[in-house]
Design a protein around this ligand. Sequence first.
Ligand SMILES: NC(=O)c1ccc[n+]([C@@H]2O[C@H](COP(=O)([O-])OP(=O)(O)OC[C@H]3O[C@@H](n4cnc5c(N)ncnc54)[C@H](O)[C@@H]3O)[C@@H](O)[C@H]2O)c1
Length: 439
Amino acid sequence: MAPSRAHHVSIFGLGYVGAVTAGCLAEQGHHITGADVQQAKVDAFKSGISPIIEPELESLLQAAKREGRLHATTDAAEAVQTSQVSIICVGTPSQAAGRLNLDFVRNVCAQIAAAIREKKQAHTILLRSTMLPGSTRSMVREFFADLIESGLLNVYCCPEFLREGTAVRDFRDPSLAAVGTHDGKAPATNEALELLGANAQILEWEGAELLKYSCNYFHALKVGFANEIGRMAKHLGVDGARVMDVVCHDERLNISRYYLRPGNPFGGSCLPKDVNALSGLARIEGVNLPLLDHVIASNQAHLDALLEQITSKDSRRVGLLGLAFKADTDDMRGSAMVSIAETLLGRGYQLRIFDPSINLTRLIGANEAEIQRRMPHLAQLLCSSAEEVVRESDVIVASQKCADVESLRRVAWAGKSVIDVNGWSELKLLSWAYEGVCW
Ligand SMILES: NC(=O)c1ccc[n+]([C@@H]2O[C@H](COP(=O)([O-])OP(=O)(O)OC[C@H]3O[C@@H](n4cnc5c(N)ncnc54)[C@H](O)[C@@H]3O)[C@@H](O)[C@H]2O)c1
C-alpha cells in the first residue's frame, strides 16, 4: 500500500514497540532503518526476521525486505543520515524505587542530536517511549533546544497504546492516537499525523505523556476493581463474573464518559453511604479490598485540596455557587460543598451562597435534618441570586453552573477570583483570576 507521502524513517529500539512500528510503517510503504544497540537484533531485523514474537509481524518485515525498504544498523548517525524522521522506542524501565530510568532515551537523544548537527538538514523526532510528564521538555532542554531554535528540528511526543499479542492489529486500527506538541497546538509539520494517525488527539507534551499513564492506570484500576468485586462476590457466594458482566451492560453510567470528568468530589445520599457500607462489610468479613477501601480517602483528599485552594486566597469573603451535591436537586446530604461551607464557617469566613434548587421552606425529612444539624444558620447565608453572591464575595467557588453568564457580566469583577470546580469554562471570561480545580 503506497502512502500519500513515503517517509524515510529511522526507528530507535527494535523491541516490541519499535519492531511493530517498523513492520507496520513498512507495510504502508515507508522506508525503514531500524537502530538498536544489540547486534543480534539488528542482524535479525535486517534479514526480515522479527526480533519479537508477534502475530503477522514477520511477514510484514519479510515483505519490506523483499521490496528493499528495510535496513538496520547499530550506528545511530547512519540511521539519522538515512532518514528525515526518527522514532524513539527504546525501553524506559523502572528503577528499584519505582523511579523511571530514562538513560536509554537520553543516550539516543544525545546521539540523534549530534547526528542532526552533522547532517544539517531538517529532521523530526517522534518520542514513542513511555515517559513521565515533563520528560520530553527536559530532553528538549538538554539536547535539542538549539536545533529547534534554528528551525532544523521538530519534536513530538506520540505515546503508544498497542497491546502485545494484537500489536499489528492495534497499529492498523489504533484505539487511540495522540500527538503532543510543545504548546498543545497543531503540529508544525505533518510527519506525526501521517505516520502515527491522521485523527490523533493533539495535546501539549506533558498532556500526551500523562495521557499514556492515565490510560494504563485506568486499565490497572479496572482490573483491580473487577478483582475486588469478584473476591467480595466469591466470599458472599455470588458469581462475581456475572455481576461484573451485568455492570458492563450499563453503557450510560458505567462504561461511558460519565463520572470521568475531574471536578467535584462525589457526594449525595448514595455514593458515600454505599461505598462506606461495602467497605465496612468487607472489613467485618475479613475480605481484603484495599482499592475499594481507599475510595473514601481519595474523595476526602480531593475535598481537602479544594479547601486548601480556597483558603490560600487572601480574602475571607467567599461565595459558593451551588450547595447541593449536584445541580438540579436540593439534596444536600453528603454534599461536598456543605462540608466546605461548614469548615469555612468554623474558621470564621464570611460566606454567601446561591443555589437555585434550594428553597429552605420546602426542605423535608433527612435532607432538612442534615442541614439543621450541619448548617443551622444557612438561611442567613443564602442569597437570592448568583450576582448577589459575586457582589458580596471576593473568592467565588463555582460547583454548579447556576446562572446566566450575561447577568454575571453586569457585576463588577475587579479583584475577584474564581475557583471553577466543575468545568464552567465561561467563568474565564469574567475574571482574570480564574482557576480550575483540576485544570
Ligand atoms: N511493550 C508494550 O506493549 C508497550 C506498549 C506501549 C508503550 N511501551 C513503551 O515503549 C517503550 C519501549 O518498550 P518495548 O517493550 O518495545 O521495550 P523493549 O525492551 O522490548 O525494547 C527496547 C529496545 O531498545 C533498545 N535500545 C536501548 N538503548 C538503545 C539505544 N541507545 N539505541 C538503540 N536502541 C536501544 C534495546 O536494545 C531494546 O531492543 C517503553 O517506554 C515502553 O514502556 C511499550
